[in-house]
Design a binder for this molecule. Structure first.
Ligand SMILES: [Zn+2]
Length: 266
């Protein structure tokens, strides 16, 4: 969206930041109105800066932005939700970091999509109170893929169009979805997927969150779905995501969380 006004007020989610100079901070934001943008916060690292706490990663803030010569400048920041419960443990930080990493990797600057913004905010809210955060993440991935135009086909074979029957199947990232056993066996790169994992993914794909959240996949099915989704997302991005390996690592550290055991992806 071309920005005509000199200043704009918009809700925003902080994706990442880096320090520049002595006191300034360069931020990558996903805003409701402008999509992904870079913006600079001046003097944010000075003692008692009133902006600092509002500009941490995965903070939902209302920002006042002014058009600078090269970059947008953050002139005011007000926190709407810092998602403090997620910051209390490594698993929460890992899950929230994964939510914003996917947005960062899959979106381009200045292409606004308010639905992606709202999905991310709702997902962080759901993670705060989730009994099963992995289910929240799988639901998020499938919705995000819908919004990005990469919805995986889970109902019929991507090659022969045969209706998928109640048996173990294959999944092909290249073909964008599930393959019947006949086609899957002869397709390079196709990976087996159990009927149980496929059934849960279909349920998440076609349900609203309330319906989706009643699902109770067994831990090994959770692991299978996670590996499959990461395989598909990585294929789409053509490079590896950072946070899944971080999430797997902290599972070894944080034994209070009831998450499936780590399994290395290939
Ligand atoms: Zn087929």
């Amino acid at each position: 969206m071309p920005l005509r006004e000199r200043t704009i007020r918009t809700p925003a989610l902080v994706l990442r930041h880096r320090e520049i100079g002595e006191a300034d901070r360069l931020l990558v934001l996903y805003t409701e109105q402008l999509g992904k943008i870079h913006a600079i916060a001046k003097g944010v690292r000075k003692l008692k800066s009133r902006k600092a706490g509002h500009l941490e990663p995965f903070t939902h803030s209302t920002l006042q932005l002014a058009k600078g010569r090269d970059l947008m400048i953050i002139t005011q920041a007000e926190t709407l939700n810092a998602f403090l419960p997620l910051r209390e443990n490594l698993a929460g930080v890992g899950h929230a970091s994964y939510v914003i990493e996917l947005i960062d990797r899959f979106t381009y600057e200045n292409e606004e999509n308010p639905r992606i913004f709202h999905l991310a905010i709702r997902t962080l809210e759901r993670l705060q109170r989730a009994k099963d955060p992995l289910l929240v993440l799988r639901f998020y991935e499938l919705r995000l893929l819908d919004l990005l135009g990469f919805r995986p086909e889970l109902q019929q074979c991507g090659l022969c169009q045969a209706e998928i029957k109640a048996q173990d199947q294959y999944f092909s990232a290249e073909r964008g979805g599930v393959l019947c056993p006949n086609c899957g066996r002869s397709t390079p790169g196709a990976r087996p997927i159990s009927m149980e994992a496929l059934r849960y993914l279909r349920h998440l794909q076609r349900s609203n969150f309330q319906q989706a959240s009643v699902a109770r996949p067994r831990p090994e099915i959770h692991t299978e779905m996670e590996i499959l989704m990461q395989h598909y997302l990585t294929y789409l991005l053509e490079r590896n995501l950072n946070t899944p390996s971080f999430i797997r690592k902290i599972r070894h550290l944080d034994t209070t969380d009831h998450v499936p055991p780590a399994i290395e992806n290939d």
